[in-house]
Design a protein. Structure first.
Length: 292
């Protein structure tokens, strides 16, 4: 009888304990589910590492696409300049002079640039009307006109603090005066030269093989009204010292150039120097293949 009573007590105690154990196990399972729903520190670091790797892979590609777009915009600028120069030639039967009364040949010369004469033909007639061509480019009478910023004359790849250069509208493009790679360039054999206007018939090397204008990005005297935006090429592309204006740009591996036929093309900085010299002359009788 005593043994049966003890068995009954054990069964009652087990029955009383079972709900508590079941509830405890249920709570533990729920807590475990909640804990498994979050990130551990290691998992978080792995995710952040993957994101950083993807950004590192994508960023150069994005930058390359942006630079391609900027280079195309630069080519479009040169194409617009080419249209303007051709329209000028249609109106006057000649291209504008590269510069008038350029110093120091002219002690107190006006030093007005080709890029000022072509303004009406690139849609900048209001600025052109302000220029006093009977005064020098840096005369106070021309201060207002010279301060105008002409977007067509600015390459979007050039990083600059201001679109003005010492108070005057900047330019990243210069006229080709000739070359000093294989010659002394005397007399000058470019299309944009001092005190003289060149015609199509003077470009005996062929318009598709003769540069008229090219990039000369961020040159210290790069002002569209200032006729010092002319140069005779003397170095490889993008290799000239800063004090020397030459074909240079902020584009990787080369610079854009405008040919006398109005086409704008990208010039590889590794182009053969003799070929580059030939492209910078209008009448050198060199044999050069088309760059296409």
């Amino acid at each position: 009888m005593i043994r049966a009573h003890r068995s009954h007590d054990l069964l009652v105690r087990a029955y009383e304990q079972f709900p508590s154990q079941a509830c405890a196990e249920s709570r533990n399972r729920a807590l475990g589910c909640r804990m498994r729903g979050g990130f551990t520190l290691v998992e978080l670091l792995v995710v952040l590492g993957i994101i950083a790797l993807m950004v590192g892979l994508l960023l150069p590609a994005v930058q390359a696409v942006r630079e391609t777009a900027r280079r195309m915009q630069c080519q479009n600028n040169l194409h617009q300049i080419g249209i303007g120069l051709h329209n000028y030639h249609a109106a006057f039967r000649t291209f504008p002079p590269g510069g008038l009364e350029v110093r120091p040949q002219w002690r107190r010369g006006k030093q007005l640039a080709w890029s000022a004469f072509v303004l009406p033909y690139i849609g900048e007639n209001p600025t052109y009307e302000k220029i006093r061509f009977d005064y020098a480019f840096d005369h106070p009478m021309n201060a207002d006109a010279a301060s105008a910023v002409i977007e067509t004359y600015l390459c979007p790849s050039t990083n600059r603090i201001s679109t003005r250069n010492r108070g005057r509208g900047a330019t990243d493009y210069g006229g080709i005066y000739g070359e000093r790679i294989v010659s002394r360039n005397y007399p000058p054999r470019g299309v944009m030269i001092h005190e003289r206007s060149i015609r199509f018939r003077d470009i005996t090397d062929g318009t598709t093989r003769t540069l008229m204008v090219s990039e000369d990005a961020d040159f210290p005297d790069g002002q569209w009204i200032n006729a010092w935006n002319l140069f005779d090429q003397a170095f490889s592309i993008n290799r000239a010292p800063r004090f020397e204006n030459d074909i240079r740009s902020k584009h990787p591996q080369g610079a854009n150039g405008l040919f006398a036929d109005g086409s704008a093309k990208f010039l590889n900085e590794n182009i053969d120097l003799e070929v580059l010299a030939a492209l910078c002359t209008r009448n050198g009788a060199e044999s050069v293949d088309d760059l296409d």
